[in-house]
Design a protein around this ligand. Structure first.
Ligand code: XMP
Length: 509
């Protein structure tokens, strides 16, 4: 495996994903991991990530300089390259060298990392500092018009540095550069496969669970579906699934999940009909945080009381993913101080008394999707856009009532249906309708109307931490608007949300 030392870059996870895409297993570890511990972990290569700091700041995160003596290949990216230089005698300059965006890179050493890369290639730069001078032991490999050392290598040791970011798509030949490091320098053979991962996980679950029963919550989302599918494969009839119908699901969501898990996987499926209970606790509540709190609480109550009815259940399976593990600081050797940015649900309290099984805790979302397809889940479930735990309640601004939820569900189905019909569902990351708490004046036929407003939200994003609004074709927006106004009673206005995240968020509440 390859280890990425995380210096606080928003790209650390992306680097790990790119490495795995080359079928090399990769994990993220804290930046101050000791050289001794690294030696124990015995990676075939080490990547130092970028980071927001300047290596000169007094508290700038450092790495254990002894790691350069281990003989393990090292690739420093951006801040990581500056650390390499600082440790091994180069000069980092923080004065007039800011560079952000695309740059033309001239490759001056065509072997090594740049094998099969064009002599002039586009790269993505994002830095305040850059390396101004390199030590005797290093050789330059590439430059841009403002950056004399866009790539460097050590003369004797397998140590490399890139000022640009090979992991982002704006560096079109970045995958080749990373691949050269992994294959030629680290000697990786690209044999890590998801299929093997699935087999190993299934065997491990069988051994761990023995004859006991496992409970798995289903939400309609892809993560819980893949967890259930892998468990169904591993332990078959010893699996019981619980779906809490909170009345806040999308149109047809419950039906799709029930069909899949009672027909296709033939699991013991318990559907808890709790719409009234949720609507009761939400009655009159308009504050977003309060909505979330009450929904979370009620969910746990419903889930726990159903789980207690299931005899012999010892384990609870959860769809925790690798980014959750990293961001909550729970990974062994992982970065400890990153802020948890995702409000992930499904975190059921320990008092429920079950032992946890988290089969996806080593995987990224795109890997979970691929695994889902391998396990035979339909594309419809696997490629479904993510949906927040509190469901439509946080898209129904203001009061949450059955009537308003039905309006929202109908509008949402039109938004999603039209985006699918236009072939753009996979090209967008999350698309949905929001029901606003304001009414506005309209005219229908000869009469004045005073009715609801639907906002359409569609975003493109890699990681859901930053997002851009989708540039949907006008004709598609026009169709969505016409259909909602004609078909959804009580709506006379449709608006399109053109805010990016940040400063807006993806959801409206
Ligand atoms: P925001 O709105 O913060 O959303 O930009 C980022 C991603 O997280 C989802 N989201 C949630 N997921 N429980 C969840 O499980 C929540 O309370 C929640 N709030 C937002 C959101 O749909 C988007 O994918």
């Amino acid at each position: 495996r390859v280890l990425v030392l995380d210096f606080g870059s928003q790209y650390a996870q992306l680097i790990a994903r790119r490495v795995r895409e080359q079928n090399v297993y990769c994990e993220i570890v804290r930046h101050d991991i000791t050289a001794e511990r690294l030696k124990e972990l015995d990676p075939i290569g080490i990547i130092l990530s970028g980071g927001p700091n300047s290596v000169y700041e007094p508290d700038a995160p450092q790495c254990d300089a002894k790691l350069f003596e281990l003989g393990i290949p090292v690739l420093g990216i951006c801040y990581g390259m500056q650390l390499v230089c600082q440790a091994l005698g180069g000069k980092v300059d923080n004065t007039p060298s800011r560079e952000y965006g695309r740059a033309e890179c001239e490759v001056t050493d065509a072997g090594d990392l740049f094998a099969n890369v064009a002599a002039q290639t586009q790269v993505w730069m994002s830095h305040g500092d850059q390396v101004a001078g390199i030590a005797e032991d290093f050789l330059p490999m590439a430059r841009t018009s403002t950056c004399p050392y866009a790539a460097i290598k050590h003369r004797q040791l397998p140590i490399y540095g890139l000022q640009f970011h090979p992991e982002v798509t704006h560096t079109p030949e970045g995958a080749t550069v990373l691949g050269n490091f992994l294959n030629s320098v680290c000697g990786a053979n690209g044999t890590w496969k998801l299929g093997d991962f699935a087999e190993e996980t299934i065997a491990r679950i069988r051994q761990q669970v023995g004859d006991d029963r496992v409970i798995c919550g289903l939400s309609g989302g892809v993560d819980s579906a893949v967890v259930a599918a892998i468990l169904a494969e591993a332990i078959g009839e010893q699996l019981s699934c619980i779906l809490v119908d909170n009345g806040l699901l999308r149109l047809d969501e419950e039906r799709a999940v029930v069909e899949e898990f009672s027909d296709h996987f033939k699991t013991d499926l318990h559907v808890v009909k709790a719409e009234d209970r949720f609507l009761d606790v939400l009655d009159g509540v308009t504050d977003p945080q309060e909505k979330r709190r009450r929904i979370g609480h009620t969910f746990i109550e419903c889930f726990a009381s159903e789980a207690q009815k299931i005899e012999g259940a010892k384990y609870l399976a959860q769809g925790t993913l690798y980014p959750d593990v990293i961001e909550s600081g729970a990974a062994p050797d992982g970065p400890a101080d990153t802020i948890k940015l995702h409000h992930n649900v499904g975190g059921l309290p320990e008092e429920l008394g079950f032992d946890l099984i988290e089969p996806l805790r080593d995987l990224f979302k795109d890997e979970v999707r691929r695994l889902g397809l391998q396990l035979g889940l339909p594309e419809e479930i696997v490629w479904r856009h993510p949906f927040p735990g509190p469901g439509l309640a946080v898209r129904c601004l203001g009061e949450v009532t059955k009537g308003r939820l039905d309006t929202l569900r109908a509008a949402d189905a039109i938004v999603v249906g039209e985006i699918k019909a236009a072939g753009l569902y996979r090209a967008t990351s999350q698309s949905f309708a929001v029901l606003l708490p304001i009414q506005s004046v309209g005219v229908m036929g000869d009469s004045r109307t005073y009715e609801d407003t639907i906002a359409v939200r569609s975003v493109n994003t890699d990681d859901f931490m930053t997002a851009d609004w989708s540039h949907l074709p006008y004709e598609l927006l026009a169709r969505i608007s016409t259909r909602i106004i004609n078909e959804v009673q009580g709506v006379n206005r449709v608006v399109y949300d053109i805010s990016s995240k940040p400063p807006a968020t993806i959801e409206w509440e």
